[in-house]
Ligand binder design. Structure first.
Ligand SMILES: Cc1cc2nc3c(=O)[nH]c(=O)nc-3n(C[C@H](O)[C@H](O)[C@H](O)COP(=O)(O)OP(=O)(O)OC[C@H]3O[C@@H](n4cnc5c(N)ncnc54)[C@H](O)[C@@H]3O)c2cc1C
Length: 453
């Protein structure tokens, strides 16, 4: 495996005991560079391999909807790992205590983990690093081109990172080996999955959604369906929220239940000049990896200070502009604005766990227009996105909101009230693009009482 994927968080000699892969973001067995690395090290050191996942009882705004998706996916991981003779442990409780304790109790020789640019995860990893006495290695198994290799700085926009990524793709977009059953002889623990749901300290009112079946197997089916039935039409129909043209793969990518690298490898077998393939790969690789770049190099990825200077200055100049409408969090959450189109987008998210990509832009920009300040707009946007979207709590979400509200990765546009030089979107623009009425028919008419019960 290309060692440029690895960051040596704590360097020391690898001793004798088992190797532990502390799984976090990449919740899959297939095509997972972090697991592959731990597996290769196990063979090289003639030792044993154990996988552990620590389930925290609450995480950002995640609710039962996202926990259910994750836990059901983890059950499949347990099954798949057991087939490979690799024990899977699920620890619960304070992560900073549990992982060092697990390392110690198992007399491990090496701790491997995956990569996530979010602050909360990086802080966990820092604490674990300070508490373990063995080598601790991190593998970027999320980005095709590891984030620290693609660029050593905060990139300005897609056009600045694109050539860097494209140049490195031949080196990193290579096939991933399939793991073979290990001959080790360590037994697997029995995980009491029913109990797991009982210890969560989360909002149980936001229910799991039926349309997205969790897990690696389901992710493969979703991808197959996209390639066979939707991909042809992707570039033409992707901005029409009435057309079912998107891949719907984002929840699976977010929870690491599928590898973007595998998807790109599969698509490389098709005609590379096809417009749909080109535009899908642009989103999957360039835009997605640009989000990781933003969160990795900008600790203010989720607040006003993270915006470009031109955007901050312009938004500051328009702070006192009169807003035609002002709503509070509850009114936004309950879809009680004057705008049926906005309400429909909000309800699509609350009901299905995934708002259409085009509507996400309109939705976020209107929050900027209808709140007292850009800070409040961003806070409300992040809160709702993280609470209801299956794919929320993700660099793509923080960047999507920062793009819409703070012009991140965008340029300055014609100045106007409230928005300043941030790109503007309006109802009439949507009307020109798609059949607004039929979108409102579909999502705006749901029984709101039962939805927010
Ligand atoms: C306000 C706002 C909030 C957003 N919140 C999230 C979020 O919480 N999680 C999330 O994954 N995406 C988010 N996005 C980005 C994008 O809207 C979603 O990735 C996309 O709609 C997911 O649906 P899909 O997988 O069917 O998309 P497809 O169009 O089929 O795209 C395939 C994949 O490409 C990547 N991709 C597509 N569009 C973008 C984009 N604009 N930026 C970065 N990567 C992209 C995603 O990984 C996506 O799964 C947000 C965008 C905006 C404007």
């Amino acid at each position: 495996m290309n060692t440029k994927r690895i960051k040596y968080l704590r360097e020391a000699e690898i001793g004798k005991g088992p190797i532990i892969y502390w799984m976090q973001r990449e919740q899959r067995v297939n095509d997972n560079w972090a697991l592959i690395y731990a597996y290769e090290k196990t063979k090289e050191n003639n030792t044993e391999l154990i996988v552990v996942f620590n389930l925290v009882t609450k995480f950002l705004e995640a609710t039962l909807r996202q926990y259910h998706f994750m836990i059901e996916g983890l059950k499949e991981i347990e099954e798949k790992l057991n087939k490979l003779n690799i024990p899977f442990y699920l620890t619960t409780g304070t992560l900073e205590e549990e992982i060092p304790k697990f390392v110690k109790n198992n007399k491990a020789s090496l701790l491997v983990t995956d990569f996530n640019p979010l602050k909360i995860i990086r802080n966990w990893q820092e604490t674990v690093k300070s508490k373990v006495e063995i080598p601790f290695h991190q593998v970027d198994a999320h980005n095709i081109v590891p984030v620290w290799e693609a660029s050593n700085k905060l990139e300005f926009a897609a056009y600045t990172i694109r050539p860097k990524i494209n140049k490195l793709l031949p080196e990193f977009l290579v096939d991933l080996p399939k793991l073979k059953k290990l001959s080790q002889n360590i037994s697997s623990p029995k995980i009491n999955w029913e109990n797991i749901y009982k210890i969560l300290e989360i909002d149980n009112k936001v229910k799991p959604v039926e349309d997205f079946v969790p897990g690696e197997n389901s992710a493969e089916k979703i991808l197959k369906n996209f390639i066979e039935n939707k991909l042809n039409n992707y570039s033409e129909a992707r901005n029409d929220p009435n057309k079912n043209a998107l891949s719907n793969i984002s929840p699976y990518l977010h929870f690491g239940q599928i590898s973007a690298q595998r998807i790109a490898l599969i698509l490389n077998n098709f005609d590379g000049n096809d417009e749909s393939i080109k535009s899908f790969l642009e989103e999957l690789i360039v835009r997605r990896e640009l989000s990781d770049n933003f969160c990795y190099y900008n600790k203010n990825y989720d607040n006003f200070d993270g915006f470009h200077d031109w955007a901050k200055q312009s938004l500051n100049e328009h702070r006192n502009d009169k807003r035609e409408y002002i709503y509070n969090l509850e009114e936004f959450e309950q879809a009680k604005t004057h705008d049926e189109l906005w309400n429909s987008a909000q309800l699509e998210m609350v009901k299905t766990g995934k708002m259409h990509g085009y509507m996400r832009m309109y939705w976020a920009k209107k929050i900027l227009e209808w709140t007292e300040s850009p800070e409040e707009a961003l806070e409300i946007g992040i809160y709702l996105n993280d609470k209801y979207e299956l794919d929320g709590r993700d660099p793509n979400g923080y960047v999507g909101l920062a793009w819409s509200i703070g012009g991140v990765h965008d340029r300055a546009w014609t100045e106007r009230p409230v928005y300043g030089k941030i790109r503007y979107m309006n109802y009439n623009g949507c009307k020109r693009k798609f059949d607004v009425k039929s979108y409102i028919e579909k999502f705006g008419k749901v029984d709101q009482e039962s939805l927010f019960k």
